[in-house]
Write a protein that binds this ligand. Structure first.
Ligand SMILES: [Zn+2]
Length: 377
């Protein structure tokens, strides 16, 4: 089979490869800002107004790109993030940039550099042709992978002034897009016990790791698949030496819920955890980070429209069942703005060393993004 990427012009190919070679984990300000520079240069010569918002608190910059009719009517907001979860150096050995058949491998290719790249190409084309259906606002963010602490207010502010939101997170299993996502909560639990020598003064110690283990059992037991509730303790740290009863132990908790009510109930349960013994001190902080993204009537209509455009282009657009991963689309959907997510490239292995995008899905998805920008009245 002819390699579909070869069919693209070589300058375009070079740009995407440069993007993937530019490693940009969230906390690598230099890398993330280089990505923002690449976006700015991609827009060169196009009628696009660029606003660059300096990063705060160890994060890279954000970009707001504006094109299309400069009127006050509610805009089409498009959102991409250019940070990844892969540390610098991943591309050297663990996940080298390479093409295997229809798969393009590399750090962040699927989540979400290829998608941001082709959507920006579509945006630029619509800007050049002057065919936008409404004002277009393209927000490019540096901090999605850590929950968007810096850009959440910007996202919400722009969403309030928009009629539609399009998010370029990767599509799922065979190209399904996303119209509902679980809400995400994050908590930190800290247990303080009493240190003691493990040999000579065992009875005087209060083992913080032991108490943490009991708390973890309680937290994991809150998982309820039937209600779509999951709790995960994915990391634990505690203790200082093998022969010392540990004074401290702490761990984060990941919570996923389908409804706002469950988010509130589980938040209360987790924040309300009590030590099993008064000699331990338990401190729990955190709360819901991303509210659940529920499929509304507006989002259903937006999906139907996108589905008919896809049919014109020649592919079937399918909506995935509610997905567990949160995204910036949760923030905009929670404000009641019709939101389509998962409009990005098909592929698999997000956040792993097997991450790849399916090359042949770039062209039809790019066309879909372009048609959405041109037709969302
Ligand atoms: Zn992502």
């Amino acid at each position: 089979m002819k390699n579909p990427l070869i069919a693209m012009t070589s300058p375009a190919l070079d740009t995407l490869f440069t993007w993937i070679r530019t490693e940009s984990p969230t906390h690598d300000v230099a890398g993330v800002n280089l990505m923002m520079d690449l976006v700015v240069s991609q827009m060169e010569g196009a009628p696009v107004a660029i606003e660059r918002i300096p990063g705060e608190e160890g994060l890279g910059d954000a970009l707001i790109l504006r094109a299309g009719p400069q009127t006050d009517e509610p805009a089409i907001l498009i959102m991409s993030h250019l940070d990844t979860v892969h540390p610098v150096g991943t591309i050297q050995h663990d996940l080298p940039l390479r093409i295997e058949g229809d798969r393009l491998y590399g750090p962040g290719v699927y989540d979400m550099k290829a998608s941001a790249w082709f959507t920006l190409e579509a945006f630029k084309e619509v800007a050049r042709k002057g065919t936008a259906a409404r004002p277009l606002i393209y927000l490019v963010t540096p901090d999605e992978e850590i929950g968007s602490p810096m850009t959440r207010p910007i996202i919400e502010d722009l969403a309030r002034r928009s009629a539609y939101v399009l998010v370029t997170e990767p599509s799922r299993d065979g190209g399904q897009i996303v119209t509902a996502r679980k809400g995400v909560g994050r908590f930190d639990v800290h247990v303080e016990g009493r240190p003691a020598h493990a040999g000579s003064r065992h009875a005087e110690g209060r083992n913080a790791v032991y108490e943490a283990a009991r708390q973890i059992l309680a937290i994991e037991a809150m998982t309820d698949y039937a209600r779509g509730i999951t709790t995960t303790v994915g990391m634990v740290s505690g203790g200082t030496a093998v022969n010392t009863i540990p004074q401290h132990c702490s761990f984060p908790v990941d919570l996923r819920v389908e409804t706002v009510a469950d988010g509130e109930a589980l938040t209360k349960a987790i924040l309300g955890l009590k030590p099993h013994n008064p000699d331990f001190k338990l401190t729990v902080t955190g709360g819901m980070n991303r509210p659940p993204y529920e499929r509304t009537e507006g989002t259903s209509r937006l999906f139907d429209h996108a589905k008919s455009l896809a049919a014109e282009i020649g592919f079937e657009l399918v909506s995935a069942p509610r997905v567990g991963g949160g995204s910036d689309g949760n923030f905009t959907a929670a404000l009641g703005v019709p939101t389509l997510d998962g409009l990005g490239i098909d592929g698999n292995g997000a956040h792993t060393l097997q991450e790849y995008g399916v090359i042949s899905t770039i062209a039809p998805r790019q066309e879909l993004m372009k048609r959405l920008m041109e037709t969302l009245r």
